[in-house]
Design a protein around this ligand. Structure first.
Ligand code: ZN
Length: 645
């Protein structure tokens, strides 16, 4: 037996085997049973739902040898001829190819002749809406008053294209789309007939793809059986037919939501590379958005969805509102319509997928109008009372809320950017401040270093000064000690002198009488008094240290020069100071006033003071020894010694 496609093999031969059209079947059955047979029928409905099959079944039911019956035998001559399609009394005409008025005129002429074998001459005109207007007009009179043995059965997928004048003369039957469950059941029966295995999800997928058409389901089933090796699986179907699964679209949408633009474009490219056509891609995207829209509207029935609810992740469904999903669906539906005029369908697909990126920001004109009105209202209210706008905000629709959230997100983003810029600025300022600080610290360190050096220098200087001062002090002490020594020596000399005088005075007293003693004592006392008087104005070598000492503090140079005075000569009207050194002589002469004042202070002498340069020869004569101490002592005591002499 030759290969027969499943659609033909499974064509229903009884009204009971016609699935999914229960209302139509029961109506036709009842009309046959009650013998109320019309002369014109109009079967409307989508392709592949059983219109032609029903027309043939009706023809059989009317012409069967056992009939007219709702259950034709299917085995009599007429039944089998009708099944095979070459019964002379059942004429099938394709309206699409026989649509001219001449074709209809032929029918009109034939209609007059009686059926050859059966009770009725039945005309089945498929795709009747394809007839021309004049053809319809030609047909009109015939179907209005046909011979009693003639029956017209028209079938159409587009009822609205059939003129109302025709429709009103026909009994109309509306055929329904067949649901997925019914198709699945029929497909499972078909796999049993062919003795092949089929996964449930694969069967479900075929049933869904058929979109309610049993013929489409069988055709697709035949195609899949041919490559499935006796086991139909969904993976094989996707692979062989080049289909886009929901999982692939899920990945693309997820990447779009995550703003990974490069990845979703690569994924789209991979899909097209794997052999899936652009058209199929667009269809799958449209189906995806349709399913999403239905899920969003809380529809969970797989028959309606054409998928399971779990096929699309919740996170994707929650990312869009109904309007945005509708826009997405519209985008791909329109794209499918326009694709045939496109210069490159692939570009169109890429553009459409790229547009999904902005879907989340989409708002329809209605929503925008609502928003504008809302804002208007708020502004007006604010004018009246600036505090009364708060409750209005709470009434805002979801879309507005989302827009606000978006706005907030943008503001947050801007704020973050600003923050970052500020932080950078601060960091730079900090850096600069640190650099400045470091520079200052370096400067300070240098200054400190310099100060330290200065300090050390000062300390050294101070130490040196202290040292010098100490040396000076020591020198002073030594000098004082020397002077003290000199003073003591002078004292001793004075004591010695007094002792000598006493001795001299005592010596005569041993011989002198008491009176003489008394006289002598008086004389000595007088002498002493006289001496004191003379001493008041007499300046001699004894008093020299006193003026040297006096001048030492204020006139050190003069004082030093005076130390070199070798001899003093005093008359009543003059005082001559001798020195052997020319240098000292000059100093003394230049400072005559100072020396005279000092002498005056020491001994009360007010007379003139002159200076003479003593001859070295003279000095040498007087020199007894070269010992400086002895010489000094000799100089010191000379005046007194001379006096004593
Ligand atoms: Zn029969």
């Amino acid at each position: 037996m030759a290969y027969e496609v499943t659609a033909t093999r499974k064509r229903p031969q009884t009204f009971d085997s016609l699935v999914g059209q229960e209302f139509v079947v029961s109506t036709i059955k009842n009309s046959i049973k009650s013998n109320r047979i019309a002369h014109a029928y109009l079967f409307c409905g989508p392709r592949g739902v059983g219109k032609t099959s029903s027309a043939r079944l009706l023809a059989k039911a009317l012409n069967c040898e056992t009939g007219p019956t709702s259950t034709p035998c299917g085995t009599c001559e007429l039944c089998s001829e009708i099944t095979k399609g070459h019964c002379s009394d059942v004429i099938e005409i394709d309206g699409a190819s026989n649509n001219s008025v001449d074709d209809i005129r032929n029918i009109k002429e034939e209609v007059q002749f009686h059926p050859q074998k059966g009770r009725y001459k039945i005309y089945i005109i498929d795709e009747v809406h394809m007839l021309s207007k004049s053809a319809f007009n030609a047909l009109l009179k015939t179907i209005e008053e046909p011979p009693s043995f003639t029956i017209f059965i028209f079938a159409t997928t587009e009822t609205q294209k059939v003129p109302a004048t025709i429709r009103s003369r026909c009994q109309q039957f509306h055929f329904q789309l067949i649901n997925i469950e019914t198709i699945s059941k029929c497909l499972k029966d078909a796999t049993k007939d062919l003795q092949i295995q089929a996964d449930n999800d694969a069967i479900f997928w075929i049933a869904k793809e058929a979109t309610g058409s049993m013929r489409d389901a069988y055709t697709l089933f035949d195609q899949i059986v041919s490559f499935s090796n006796d086991h139909i699986t969904l993976a094989k179907i996707k692979e062989k037919l080049g289909l886009v699964g929901f999982d692939q679209i899920n990945n693309i949408i997820t990447n779009i939501l995550r703003k990974k633009n490069d990845e979703f474009i690569v994924q789209l490219n991979n899909m097209l590379q794997s052999g899936i056509s652009v058209e199929q891609c667009i269809k799958d995207f449209a189906n995806y958005f349709r399913t999403m829209l239905l899920i969003k509207q809380n529809i969970k029935d797989p028959n309606i969805l054409g998928a399971q609810v779990k096929d699309i992740p919740e996170i994707i469904i929650n990312s869009y509102n109904v309007e945005q999903i509708e826009a997405g669906l519209e985008l791909f539906i329109n794209l499918y319509k326009e694709i045939k005029y496109s210069i490159n369908p692939r570009f169109e697909l890429e553009l459409a997928v790229s547009k999904i990126q902005k879907l989340q920001q989409l708002a329809s004109p209605v929503v925008i109008m609502d928003k504008i009105n809302q804002l208007k209202k708020e502004l007006l209210l604010e004018k009246i009372n600036s505090n009364s706008s708060e409750p209005e905000i709470q009434k805002q629709p979801e879309i507005q809320k989302q827009a606000e959230m978006q706005k907030q997100a943008e503001m947050q983003k801007q704020a973050e950017m600003q923050k970052q810029a500020e932080m950078q600025k601060q960091a730079e300022m900090q850096k600069q401040a640190e650099m400045q600080k470091q520079a200052e610290m370096q400067k300070q360190a240098e200054m400190q270093k310099q100060a330290d050096i200065q300090k050390q220098a000062d300390i050294q200087k101070q130490a040196e000064m202290q040292k010098q001062a100490e040396m000076q002090k020591q020198a002073d002490i030594q000098k004082q000690a020397e002077m003290q020594k000199q003073a003591e020596m002078q004292k001793q000399a004075d004591i010695q002198k007094q002792a000598d005088i006493q001795k001299q005075a005592d010596m005569p007293s041993r011989i002198m009488t008491e009176q003489q003693k008394t006289e002598n004592n008086a004389k000595l006392r007088q002498n002493q008094i006289n001496n004191n008087n003379i001493n008041d104005s007499i300046f001699n070598m004894d008093k020299l240290p006193a003026i040297i000492d006096l001048m030492k503090n204020k006139y050190l140079k003069v004082s030093t020069a005076c130390q070199k005075i070798s001899r003093i000569e005093q008359t009543e009207k003059s005082l001559i100071l001798y020195t052997p050194f020319n240098f000292n002589y000059t100093i003394m002469k230049e400072n005559e006033k100072i020396i005279r004042a000092a002498i005056n202070k020491i001994c009360g002498y007010r007379g003139p003071v002159s200076f003479e340069l003593e001859q070295i020869k003279h000095k040498k004569q007087n020199s007894i020894t070269e010992d400086p101490f002895v010489e000094e002592t000799r100089k010191m005591f000379r005046g007194k010694i001379q006096e004593i002499d």
